[in-house]
Design a protein around this ligand. Structure first.
Ligand SMILES: Cc1cc2nc3c(=O)[nH]c(=O)nc-3n(C[C@H](O)[C@H](O)[C@H](O)COP(=O)(O)OP(=O)(O)OC[C@H]3O[C@@H](n4cnc5c(N)ncnc54)[C@H](O)[C@@H]3O)c2cc1C
Length: 478
């Protein structure tokens, strides 16, 4: 074994890798320990169906990565990462046979919404115009001294609303459905407070810089971060599950330990060393609804009725705004809806390297109750068939992943909750507990850096970066 590292990062998801890169960039020697055989956590790509067809196992579409102040400060292009943009970022098909569309700019999106475009423009204009300020203010802890108070307050007055209040403001069917689909990423009932926040941010990001995918698959994001880490002298070890801090003695006595885990797992790893109040908060962490995922190999792609869907990187399948809100309510009452909200990604449209000849990978997941143990395959395919009749006949292979498989694949996704925690308003605002120092675990030198910390789920690396910054501040390293 080489000399003992200054810092050990447990888990190699995008936040673990971002933490490692930040620490290594500040001059610390860093080792990342990953329980799986491959790195990347939620950013992995595999041939799940047909040889040569590349499926993103978890994350697929990356508006938050291009919006991330940290990731965009890194020259990841030099480490093999290339973003690819579809012609249409998001399409939302309706039973009329038309589709509402979010394009890569506010002007294009508003123009496509016809008479309703002016309301859309009024809602998103202030957010898109100052998006970089907005990203700095929102992609971190809620409790902070704002650098751009006006931009933050413009966002805040909209963000505290329920998503359904925003769909009511938008009134017309197409913009309301378009926003409901984007807002439904929160995977929480849309009439609850603050559920507008993630949707506003995702829509603003999309109209600022689009919703791209990584050329060759999401694994390239982890690959680029790992390559950057190696260039800074950092090391990665796979196949190492860390169950307790004592095990880290094998890596010397690191000055810094970063945990890219869920809060309850962090409590188990820290054991008696964690103060009782923090332990209680971590053990009381609430997990949210699940995802039931299908990876499809589709000959010729999906035959969507609405033409923009055939050019879209992401298609939100769920119909009108009210129907999506009802499906989300059902999920949170523990019932699997017969017509669930389904997110579909067609990465091959902007990145043909994912396909094998005319067989294309299609990524889809439905929101499902926490820990759902049924089979949602039929419900997902039924929803796709509703807007793309004839789809079933084109599927040459299919892989399904329910909540139990998702948790077995990655213990951060308890009960199939891919956000590592419910997006209820207390957890949206104060994660993982109410404190001015959300990355501290109360154990000296040990920090939580996963998506359970601010700013939350998604591939942006901000949780890891900010947790590492906190560790460096406490070590007085600039
Ligand atoms: C199906 C699905 C679809 C998604 N779609 C998108 C999307 O399109 N866009 C987007 O931005 N986000 C998406 N996400 C969310 C995104 O992937 C996550 O929010 C993000 O990966 C969280 O990063 P993280 O570093 O906090 O944790 P993770 O990526 O979950 O990584 C945690 C890592 O830590 C490892 N680990 C955990 N415990 C231990 C231990 N005790 N010892 C050693 N290693 C350990 C795990 O094996 C894992 O590799 C999706 C997630 C899923 C599952």
């Amino acid at each position: 074994m080489t000399s003992a590292p200054d810092a050990v990062v447990v888990g190699s998801g995008p936040n673990g890798l971002a933490a490692a890169v930040t620490l290594a960039g500040a001059g610390l020697s860093v080792t990342v320990l990953e329980r799986s055989a491959s790195i990347g956590g939620g950013t992995r790509t595999e041939e799940l169906t047909v040889p040569g067809v590349l499926h993103d196992v978890c994350s697929a579409v990356h508006p938050l990565a291009v919006a991330s102040p940290f990731l965009s400060s890194l020259d990841l292009g030099r480490h093999g990462l290339r973003w690819m943009w579809p012609e249409v970022d998001v399409a939302h098909p309706l039973d009329s046979g038309r589709a509402a569309v979010m394009a890569g700019s506010l002007a294009e999106t508003a123009a496509g919404l016809g008479a309703a475009g002016s309301t859309w423009r009024r809602l998103f204009g202030p957010l898109v115009e100052r998006f970089q300020q907005l990203a700095v203010e929102t992609m971190g802890p809620v409790l902070h001294v704002p650098r751009h108070p006006l931009t933050l307050s413009r966002f805040g007055v909209r963000a505290i609303l329920p998503a359904t209040a925003v769909t009511s403001l938008l009134r017309a069917e197409e913009p309301a459905a378009l926003f409901a689909g984007i807002a439904a990423h929160v995977n929480y009932p849309l009439e609850r407070p603050a559920t507008a926040a993630p949707g506003l941010l995702l829509a603003a990001t999309g109209q600022w810089r689009g919703w791209p995918v990584a050329k060759g698959g999401s694994a390239r994001i982890a690959g680029a971060l790992a390559s950057l880490l190696a260039s800074l002298g950092g090391r990665l070890e796979t196949g190492v599950h860390v169950a307790g801090l004592a095990e880290l003695e094998a890596w010397g006595r690191p000055r810094v330990v970063m945990l890219d885990t869920s809060p309850p797992a962090a409590a188990r790893i820290c054991g008696d060393r964690m103060p009782a109040a923090v332990r209680h908060a971590y053990e009381s962490w609430r997990f949210g609804a699940a995802a039931f995922k299908l990876d499809l190999a589709v000959s010729g792609g999906l035959p969507w009725t609405a033409e923009p869907c055939r050019r879209a990187g992401t298609v939100h399948v769920g119909g009108a705004a009210a129907e999506i809100a009802a499906a989300e309510r059902d999920v949170h009452r523990g019932r699997m809806p017969s017509r669930p909200f389904v997110l579909v990604a067609q990465q091959y449209i902007s990145d043909p390297s994912r396909s094998s000849g005319d067989v294309h990978p299609v990524w889809a997941y439905a929101h499902a109750p926490q820990g759902y143990d049924g089979d949602a395959t039929g419900a997902i395919l039924g929803q796709i068939e509703r807007f793309a009749p004839g789809s079933r006949d084109r599927i040459v292979a299919l892989a399904a992943q329910g909540p139990a498989e998702t948790e077995a694949y990655n213990p951060n996704y308890v009960g199939g909750d891919i956000a590592t925690g419910a997006n209820d308003w207390p957890q949206l605002l104060f994660r993982p507990r109410l404190t001015a120092h959300p990355y501290d675990t109360g154990v000296p030198g040990v920090y939580l850096c996963s998506a359970a910390t601010p700013p939350g789920a998604g591939v942006h690396g901000m949780c890891g970066h900010l947790a590492a910054r906190r560790a460096l501040d406490r070590l007085h390293v600039r």
